[in-house]
Design a protein around this ligand. Sequence first.
Ligand code: NAD
Ligand code: MG
Length: 343
Amino acid sequence: MVNIFYENDVNQTAITDRKVAVLGYGSQGHAHALNLKDSGIDVCVGLRDGSSSAAKASEAGLTVRSLAGASSWADVIMILLPDTDQAAVYDEHVAPNLNPGDAIAFAHGFNIRFDLINPPDDVDVIMVAPKGPGHLVRRTYVEGGGVPCLIAVEQDPSGGARDLALAYAEGLGGARAGIIETTFTEECETDLFGEQVVLCGGLTELVRSAFDILVDAGYQPEICYFECLHEVKLIVDLMYEQGIAGMRYSVSDTAEYGDLTRGPRVIDDHVRETMKDILGEIQSGQFAEEWVAESHSGRENFKRLEDAGHEHRVEKVGSRLREMMPWINAGKVSVQDASGGQG
Ligand code: NAD
Ligand code: MG
């Protein structure tokens, strides 16, 4: 059995006597900075000059510094910039301000796993990766809960890197839900695979393909939307609460028989072979290389695909139907507004 750490397993002084800089105030950045502050940790936010997030962070009661200023003030530097921009910011603003004994931290293993950032031997290198989107890291903390966190230690010249990672994760609220230790490699590869094959890529394409097939067969788009997209949440909630077996218990026998006999025909050996190919591209570094090159050359393909997604008819039908169901978003900050956007 894997070791799971909870609040009693954490030595808080490992972080209460440190100074933490959170670089970036996006999805993860705003959640880390605010949760750490509310946990009584000495934290500042590091932003590039002219950042539109500076006012939002200040209004939230956070101290804002430049990227270099924050890196120099702090002895723990959490890098929460887009994965494809971290290396350039690290080289220019972080590396010149590192002292022996400092720690640099990440929420995803990407830059260390694929050798985009190579920290000096005399700083600790840790990861604290919440297993959830940033707005939920904040919301669940405010509600008294927490998002489970993965921690990892890549370099530990101080001997205290693991305690620091645990204490940081607790400051985020992660110790309320459970903290699991991993490695940069395991976190990075499983995270990329999960988001490509299941959580984002697999799910969105499954939903859109099924929606298109029904609509093209002449069924009303509104009914197809409810069936193929809206109800996903209801089924996922059951799986989240009670596992797949619990979900199957709750649906009708007819739904369960269809699940048991048709599911394996949808996800067949051909799909499994593709999944393995995708894992291979992640492990070999091919995906990372492709994505960094795409990002550094202007993201043309990325934007084209993103725009095409916005034009898909499932979005048009969905936005109309969701307007009629205001309770879906009642009391929730919209994902776009939670971090105050980019900048
Ligand atoms: P984000 O895009 O939401 O925010 C990035 C922040 O960096 C923004 O404030 C942006 O203005 C700023 N920024 C962008 N380019 C910059 C540059 N060149 N110089 C200075 N600042 C710049 O990013 P995110 O989704 O919060 O991701 C941050 C890290 O957290 C990544 O390593 C990501 O893999 C990891 N992570 C994210 C999530 C998530 O829920 N989004 C979950 C787990 C881990
Ligand atoms: Mg992830």
